[in-house]
Design a binder for this molecule. Sequence first.
Ligand code: NAD
Length: 247
Amino acid sequence: MTDKILKNIVILTGAGISAESGIPVFRSESGLWEHERIEDVCVPEALQRNPQKVHAFYNKMRRSLADKKPNDAHLAVAKLQHEWPHVSGGSVTLVTQNIDDLHEKAGSVEVIHMHGALLSARCEFCGASWCQNKDTSPGQPCPKCGKIGGVRPDIVFFEEMPHDMELIERALAKCDLFLAVGTSGVVYPAAGFCRFAKNVGATCLEFNLDKSAVASDFDSGFYGKASETLPKFVDALLSGNKVTSLF
Ligand code: NAD
């Protein structure tokens, strides 16, 4: 592989980047997320069937963010976002599947939360969304349209369309380097981003504890804790090393 000039980078992060900050990952053999069945808290029918339970689940998770701190992997992503444009004249687009706020706490300014965010709520009636630091409840009126019964956590459930797909596809279409960090590669459409990036000629690298289910789609991978592998990679990239010399 020849080294091309790198300008535009897209980083996709998943639950694994936040695992070392004490937020459990999603996949488990039991099919449970935080002791709940996925179909009880993560699908649109759950919200209709038992809105109290769904609101309570995300309220608990939102409250649990208060004492969570970003780790060195989140800090490395923020550093790359701030410094790469000065080094290369290019851009770094950060797309996260995570609903936590650890990228923002690490100093990342523009974060695309494709699966929504715990610190946001939205109204199913008028489509408005807003910052939400406190608990939500099914009976609370929408602050924009005033209707009751449509307020929900701003979380993208299974079968729902992720946020900002056009923005993400535009960034992927012009990316030279695609990095996937701490993601299992089984949740679509995010799992297809690597192939999209490959088709436009990008170099694709994954950072995971072990090879993911889609490891063969990538040019190479860095295996181990993201808090250890990613800062080293970012520092080498910012020092002007050619990307192919890094794997
Ligand atoms: P996932 O749970 O399916 O997979 C996590 C991946 O991270 C695994 O491949 C695992 O090997 C890897 N990993 C674990 N610890 C790591 C570490 N220290 N360094 C590097 N890699 C590590 O996560 P996913 O692919 O993001 O998909 C799950 C869905 O669940 C996402 O859509 C996300 O919205 C949601 N989720 C979010 C959070 C969060 O906001 N922090 C937490 C759990 C689930």
